[in-house]
Ligand binder design. Structure first.
Ligand code: AR6
Length: 181
């Protein structure tokens, strides 16, 4: 089967979706962590990132915690193949309100922080759609709408990748990306 990677270009920035593991994105400068407020390892994406990065990541993050929903902070990549990790606290669906605004804040703040740090390429997981319970369809629409709206402000980022863990999440995101403008 020939697999075509879903891509779109806006303001000179390539936006794409792939199926994969966020810790396996060795060709991007920064990966985004779907963090907890304490910036501790935890499960899901955060567990995988801290496991791959090693204990130095949690040590570096400790003084920056706690963070509020929608906020992003930056650290080094430690043993990851990426130079930086941007840690975002997504909203817990139905608890941190307004969830849609807070989820959009995550994507916007992560992109602006990356751009300030002269990062050229960044990979995101589907923030809040795991343990935090955000339904994947609206989360995908918010992610791409915010990425599209923020892209014209970015001076350094040239690649934005969404990394989806399951085939069904990939399909939902491909549809949302094709419909976003
Ligand atoms: N690579 C890419 N995507 C992944 C990976 C991976 N290695 N592992 C899971 N996903 P979650 P949240 C998908 O729960 O909802 C943690 O315990 C997963 O299928 O990691 O923001 C933290 O400590 C889902 O679609 O993040 C926090 O307490 C998406 O990534 C809390 O969970 C996000 O799932 C954060 O919850």
């Amino acid at each position: 089967m020939i697999y075509l990677r879903m891509k779109k270009k806006i303001s000179g920035i390539t936006i794409e979706c792939i199926r994969g593991d966020i810790t396996g994105q060795s060709d991007v400068t920064a990966i985004v962590n779907a963090a907890n407020a304490q910036l501790r390892p935890g499960g899901g994406v955060a567990g995988a990132i801290h496991h791959a990065a090693g204990p130095g990541l949690a040590r570096e993050c400790r003084p920056m915690a706690p963070i509020m929903p929608g906020v992003s902070v930056i650290s080094g990549g430690h043993n990851l193949p990426n130079r930086f990790v941007i840690h975002c606290l997504g909203p817990v669906y139905g608890l941190d309100e307004p969830s849609d605004v807070l989820l959009a804040d995550c994507y916007r703040n992560a992109l602006l922080l990356a751009d300030e740090n002269k990062i050229d390429s960044i990979a995101f997981p589907a923030i809040s759609t795991g343990a935090f319970g955000y339904p994947v369809e609206p989360a995908a629409e918010i992610a791409f709408r915010t990425i599209m709206d923020t892209s014209p402000l970015l001076k350094n980022i040239r690649l934005i990748r969404m990394v989806l863990y399951s085939q069904s999440d990939l399909e939902v995101h491909e549809k949302a990306l094709s419909e976003a403008d």
